[in-house]
Structures are given as structure tokens and as C-alpha cells.
Design a protein. Structure first.
Length: 405
């Protein structure tokens, strides 16, 4: 089939990006490759984003608008994909932009290699300084052969470590995504982690386009994920749990375990170093009292880790007595509140049971610890405290205050 007959769907979740949206849309509608459908999911924007979209709809009939209440980027991407009809799809971010020949180059690479996934190189664009730099860390050419078509079915050592687990720099064969029913998680941030990692583990053919075609905005003060990570620092662990769960279900976890553990450590080091002190302490505490044991991290020798600083970081946390003095009772309280939020926000059945068992544990266990206190300002702790001590009125008050923010 001729190149121009291949329809490519560009899916963009839009939420309060009026400052950047026109630059993004201009980079899409003026692509050299013309056979596109541009699906914009307006996720309940409260600024002028919807007006901008409507203006562009008048300019270009290839733009399709899906207007909805605010549900988050993961939900929006899934809705966009459900409405896509292209043979290939890309999930692009509304504050980024791409080169005019980006789609043409990606599609040529996909057709030439018959790849399920095509990745391309990117440059960062600093919103403060306007400086543009190559993002060579986003695709580690030392960990794969960039000139060949590859997969990780027999050797999964670097499956999650040769690239960053975001979706916007990858073109997907739609048939491949439908075959495995791959979906984004409906969480506040890192919603693409499971989608990207699971797809990389399943793909028969992966290819790299050795061209810098994307421009990724950094130091964006309007970024939702930056705010969400500090507000709910444990949310990103849901992505790690989902990845592990998916690999275990596929029967491939043993093949990919080393890559998964290294990816998890790398993520937590980055995450904990880019949030506030209170949130950082909670993340590190969670690693020490739960994740280290759940992922059997402390059993791994130094050579198991791909980066020297990973092993040093793990031992630093393990030997830090500050977290040995933690009040475990308060951690249970926090966990109750955390799962309570998931019950009403994500309609999670699992969270109902987790919250219930955390409550039973709190009521029956004996605690004799004392320690950190600053995490008590988190919403999860406030909810959990009111549940633990049967303070229904305060629970309702806390809920109303949160909803009115």
C-alpha cells in the first residue's frame, strides 16, 4: 500500500495548556505527511484551551474533538485511542511540538521495518531559558543496536532501561495495541509507565529512528505531573506494581526482573530527588519498609545493578537509622487514607479491601515506635487518622475541604 494511504492517528490529551497549545497544534497540522487524524481530548480545561481547539477545527477538518469532564491524562489517552482509526498511532503531549517531517519519517521507518513500535530521538526545550539540548539519555544507544530491528523475547536485560518510559516519542502499530489490549493507567502521573513497559516486553519488532524529531518542554511551571508528584508521592508506585503484575501474568517476570528492578530504582532516585522534603521522606520510607522486601532488592549483589550509584543509594537507605525509628502506626494510618482516596477517586475494589485490612491491623496491633512527623500534613494521613479514630465528622470535613480546593 502506498505511503500516503496509511492513516496515522495523533492523540493528544489537553488540559489547561493555552500557553503552549497553538505551538503544539501548528506542528501537527503542518506536517509534511498529510493523511492524519488529529484527535484532541479536552480533559475539562478551565482556561482557553477549548476555544483554541475550536479555532483550529475551523482551520483543519482532520481535527476531531472529544470534550469531557476532567478524568486525567491516562483516561483521556484511552478514550482517544478508542476513537482512533489509523493504522499507526502516536500519543503526543499538548505542551510539546515536533518537526514538520516527524510523522513522515516515523511512518517510513515503521513500514520499512514492519515494527510494532518505532522510537525517535528528542531535544529538550527549556521554558525558562529557551535553550534547546539533545536528550541523548532518553534513548541509550549503548544498550541496543540502533541500526537493527530488535526485541527482548530472549534477552530482557535492558528492556526497560534503553529508553525512558514515556509514550510521546513512540509510534505504535494500532493492531499490536489492540492485540494485547494495552491501556494507560488512570493515575495522576506516570500513567504511561505500564503502557510503555508492557508494550516493550511484548513487541516482536522494535526500531529506532536515528533523527531528532521531537521537542520536549522542560521547566514548565504549568506541568500537572510536577504538582501531582509532590502532592501524592506514592502514586507512581502503582505504575511499578502494574508492570510487575503484567509481567507475572505473562510468565515473563523472571526474564525481565533485573531490568525491572533497575528501572524501579532509577525511577525512585529521580522521583525522590525532585520533590519536596516531606514527600521525599515518605517515598524513601516506603522503599525501606515495603518495596525493598516486596521486590527482594536487598538480596541483590552489587554487580546486579546497572549504575554504580544505585547500589550505593540502596545501602544508604538501608543503613539510615532515621527510618528505623519511624512510627509504624502512623504509616498504617497513612495507608488507610491513601486507599480511601482510591475508593472514591478510582472506584477501586482492591482499595476497599486494603483499607479494611489496614483498619483491622491498626485496631489489633500494638505499636511502640516514635519518629517522623512531617508526612502528617499529607491528605492521605488526614483521611487515615479520621478513619482510624472513628472521627466521621472530621472525615467529611476533610473531604469537603479537599473537593473545594
Amino acid at each position: 500500500m502506498a505511503l500516503e494511504k496509511k492513516l496515522v492517528s495523533i492523540l493528544v490529551s489537553v488540559y489547561n495548556v493555552e500557553k503552549y497549545l497553538e505551538e503544539c497544534l501548528d506542528s501537527l497540522i503542518y506536517q509534511t505527511y498529510k493523511n492524519l487524524e488529529i484527535i484532541l481530548v479536552n480533559d475539562g480545561s478551565t482556561d482557553n484551551s477549548l476555544d483554541i481547539i475550536n479555532m483550529y477545527i475551523q482551520k483543519d477538518p482532520r481535527i476531531v474533538l472529544i470534550n469531557q469532564d476532567n478524568h486525567g491524562a491516562g483516561y483521556s489517552r484511552n478514550i482517544g485511542f478508542d476513537n482512533a482509526t489509523g493504522e499507526y498511532v502516536i500519543f503526543f503531549d499538548s505542551d510539546d511540538y515536533m518537526r514538520q517531517d516527524a510523522i513522515e519519517l516515523l511512518l517510513n521507518q515503521a513500514l520499512k521495518t514492519d515494527a510494532d513500535i518505532v522510537l525517535a530521538k528528542s531535544k529538550s526545550y527549556c521554558d525558562k531559558t529557551k535553550k534547546i539540548d539533545k536528550m541523548d539519555y532518553a534513548i541509550r544507544c549503548d544498550r541496543i543496536n540502533i541500526d537493527s530491528v530488535f526485541n527482548f523475547k530472549t534477552n530482557g536485560k535492558y528492556v526497560f532501561n534503553f529508553c525512558i518510559g514515556w509514550a510521546w516519542d513512540k509510534l505504535y502499530k494500532r493492531e499490536f495495541l489492540l492485540k494485547y489490549n494495552l491501556k494507560f493507567q488512570n493515575i495522576n502521573y506516570a500513567n504511561d509507565g505500564y503502557f510503555v513497559c508492557h508494550s516493550l516486553s511484548l513487541a516482536d519488532k522494535i526500531s529506532i529512528l536515528n533523527e531528532y524529531i521531537f521537542y520536549h518542554r522542560i521547566n514548565n511551571p504549568l506541568s500537572i505531573s510536577n504538582f501531582a508528584r509532590d502532592k501524592d508521592p506514592l502514586e507512581g508506585f502503582k505504575s511499578l506494581f502494574k508492570i510487575k503484575e503484567g509481567l507475572e501474568k505473562d510468565g515473563t517476570y523472571n526474564n525481565f526482573e533485573q531490568s525491572f528492578i533497575n528501572m524501579s530504582i532509577g525511577y525512585v532516585i529521580w522521583h525522590s530527588s525532585t520533590i519536596g522534603e516531606t514527600s521525599r521522606e515518605l517515598v524513601i520510607l516506603y522503599m525501606k519498609v515495603y518495596i525493598f522486601k516486596l521486590f527482594n532488592i536487598l538480596d541483590k549483589p552489587e554487580e546486579y545493578f546497572y549504575e554504580e550509584n544505585y547500589y550505593k543509594w540502596i545501602n544508604k537507605i538501608k543503613n539510615n537509622e532515621k527510618y528505623d525509628q519511624f512510627d509504624f502506626k502512623d504509616f498504617i494510618i497513612y495507608s488507610m487514607g491513601y486507599e480511601f482516596i482510591n475508593i472514591w477517586k478510582n472506584k477501586s475494589i482492591k482499595s476497599i479491601f486494603k483499607c479494611f485490612f489496614a483498619y483491622l491491623f491498626f485496631k489489633t496491633a500494638k505499636f511502640n515506635f516514635s519518629g517522623l512527623n512531617n508526612y502528617k500534613e499529607h491528605l492521605s494521613y488526614k483521611f487515615g487518622y479520621n478513619i482510624a479514630y472513628n472521627k466521621l465528622r472530621k472525615l467529611l470535613k476533610t473531604y469537603k475541604e479537599y473537593k473545594n480546593k
